[in-house]
Design a protein around this ligand. Structure first.
Ligand SMILES: [Zn+2]
Length: 282
């Protein structure tokens, strides 16, 4: 059965107030989530984040130390220096583990790429050396287009890291759907599009419109019997657009209505590792 994962990238001071609201919605629906948080954001309010997220319902993972680029990105900028990349990976993990006193299994690098970290051997080495078990870095369609397709988990075996998993993320970076980055009109979609029904004609303006896009990805993942589906959400941007978090209510109710299992990226990791272990035995 398809696993639904609610996940958030927390990367600015605005995220704390938003996370307070988001956590309430999750508790109400008893629905798990993964919070990827930058070390900087976490270290600005460690007690408050711990109070909010130290809960069996939630996984806390790393969104790097300060959101510097691990490889070049046409919209987000060039890669940081090798030393900076190492620091982003190692210090981000240490922050999560210091504040929450539990292992930080996963890393979601800032911005993401169409092929994850496949073309970034040094970054992969650092990620593996730091002890991460998964990276969630594949979040664009080909040619740096959106929405990102429903890519499924794979291991970086071909790159020399058989025990490191890529657990991608799907759909729009929701901040861009709403022009919350003030990028204005930009070449973001593919032609011909792979999922034309998921490309709105203009910036969206209501939580209902936002949910209408997400349900397309969730329902397609279910109909194609994919292992999981997860969307790219940012606390600061969700709160700015939808201060009542209506979209979360609509999405989680729909997930429950479809009878989906909900879990964290950590749960997905356990699932894919178990599957890989079974295959090795065959
Ligand atoms: Zn980010």
């Amino acid at each position: 059965m398809t696993l639904y994962i609610a996940a958030y990238d927390a990367e600015s001071a605005e995220c704390l107030a938003a996370c307070r609201k988001i956590v309430q919605v999750h508790r109400r629906h008893e629905l798990p989530a993964t919070f990827f948080i930058t070390g900087k954001v976490l270290e600005a309010d460690p007690e408050e984040y711990r109070r909010l997220l130290d809960d069996p319902l939630f996984e806390v993972a790393s969104h790097t130390y300060s959101h510097k680029m691990l490889r070049d990105h046409p919209f987000c900028g060039p890669a940081a220096s090798e030393q900076q990349i190492r620091d982003e990976i190692f210090l981000g993990k240490q922050s999560v583990e210091r504040v929450f006193e539990r292992p930080c299994l996963g890393l979601r690098p800032g911005c993401g790429w169409p092929d994850g970290l496949k073309g970034a051997p040094r970054a992969l080495e650092f990620v593996s050396e730091a002890g991460f078990r998964y990276v969630s870095s594949m979040s664009w369609a080909k040619d740096f287009a959106l929405p990102a397709p429903l890519n499924q988990p794979f291991s970086y075996e071909e790159q020399g890291f058989p025990d490191l998993w890529e657990l991608p993320v799907h759909g729009w970076h929701e901040n861009l759907l709403k022009d919350n980055n003030a990028w204005g009109p930009r070449r973001l979609t593919l032609w011909p599009p792979e999922m034309p029904e998921a490309i709105p004609p203009a910036f969206i303006t209501t939580p209902a419109e936002e949910f209408a896009i997400y349900r397309l990805f969730i329902e397609r993942a279910v109909s194609e019997e994919l292992s999981f589906v997860s969307l790219v959400w940012h606390p600061w941007s969700l709160n700015r657009f939808d201060s009542e978090m209506e979209m979360l209510d609509l999405t989680f109710s729909h997930v429950r209505g479809l009878g989906l299992r909900a879990g964290t990226y950590g749960d997905l990791l356990a699932r894919v590792r178990e599957g890989a272990g079974r295959q090795r035995q065959l």
